[in-house]
Design a binder for this molecule. Structure first.
Ligand code: MN
Length: 316
């Protein structure tokens, strides 16, 4: 499918005047970098395209191009979704009104939700898929596009450290570096922290509960924590990454609510054991080692924790 769909993606972009790029809710750098990187690649290489990146900004305070859309534009548009495993995660309500849809992704392919797909489920980042596609299609990648794409590559691979970081990852990094990006500056910009964030991290670590038998650890947080420390979603979720290099922990979770009404989200991470199965059981999904799901209320917490522990016992 790969070669054919690479060409098909090119042809669809060529054919449509209106292109909407949508990513997942509460976007991270891979989602936003994919969307903005692709926007730049399309506008630099194809003439007369109206391109709209929709959904929340990275800091969650607003929407990107949503206000520029009209029903007429949507009806005539090609929708390209990036970095989004399923329709529930898609940050675009008018999904059903577009003319055609194409999914570019690196998530495990659960239920197809678009007309066409370009998916490499073992790619470390969606921006890797886009970078290698653009290169294969001999498209120009501007410095601006490369900066966006590199941000996704760096963060989804955790600075080239996670499994699935492979030769294609470094190939993509090489392509992007050749576009003139400043690797040191981007890295510094992404991993800088405020004192508030460091303080939240310390508090979060103080709350860790570890089940010694299964090496499962979790942190519980609610919207009051976000308010108290005045954090963005990304800053808040950084407590999750911080658990990843602790010897006593194999599988870990951040169980949290972003706002009073957002509902309870579970973000699961694992060093080796497939935790995607658990996440799917709780209405979510993602990757084998990084996935997430939802709880209906805090009353379901104990049952969820027990479920995870029982599952991990079975896997050991
Ligand atoms: Mn991603």
């Amino acid at each position: 499918m790969d070669k054919t769909n690479a060409n098909l993606l090119f042809e669809k972009i060529q054919k449509f005047d209106n292109i909407i790029i949508s990513k997942h809710k509460t976007p991270d750098w891979d989602a936003l970098g994919s969307a903005e990187g692709l926007r730049n690649i399309i506008s630099d290489n194809f003439k007369n395209k109206n391109i709209f990146v929709v959904g929340a900004t990275l800091d969650g305070t607003g929407l990107i191009d949503d206000e520029k859309l009209t029903p007429e534009i949507i009806k005539a548009a090609l929708l390209i979704t990036v970095d989004t495993a399923n329709i529930e995660r898609l940050d675009f309500e008018n999904f059903g009104d577009v003319k055609e849809s194409f999914r570019i992704d690196h998530h495990i392919n659960n239920t197809p939700y678009t007309d066409f797909e370009y998916i490499f489920s073992d790619a470390i980042a969606c921006t890797q898929v886009i970078t290698l596609w653009a290169n294969e299609m001999q498209l120009k990648i501007s410095k601006t596009a490369a900066e966006y794409l590199y941000r996704g590559l760096l963060t989804d691979s955790n600075r080239f450290a996670y499994r699935n970081t492979d030769e294609r990852t470094f190939e993509a990094a090489k392509i992007l570096t050749r576009c003139g990006i400043n690797v040191a500056e981007i890295t510094q910009d992404i991993y800088k922290r405020t004192l508030r964030q460091a303080q939240w991290s310390t508090e979060a670590f103080g709350r860790i509960v570890i089940d010694a038998e299964t090496k499962f650890a979790y942190i519980i947080a609610d919207y009051k924590d976000i308010k108290k420390y005045n954090l963005t979603n990304d800053e808040f979720k950084s407590a999750l990454g911080a658990m990843g290099n602790i010897i006593e922990i194999d599988v870990w979770a951040l169980i949290y609510e972003l706002t009073e009404t957002s509902g309870i989200k579970v973000s699961l991470r694992s060093k080796k054991i497939d935790i995607n199965k658990i996440a799917m059981k709780y209405g979510g999904g993602g990757h084998l080692l990084a996935s997430g799901g939802y709880l209906d209320s805090w009353d379901d917490l104990d049952a969820f924790l027990l479920d995870v522990k029982n599952y991990l016992k079975g896997e050991k």
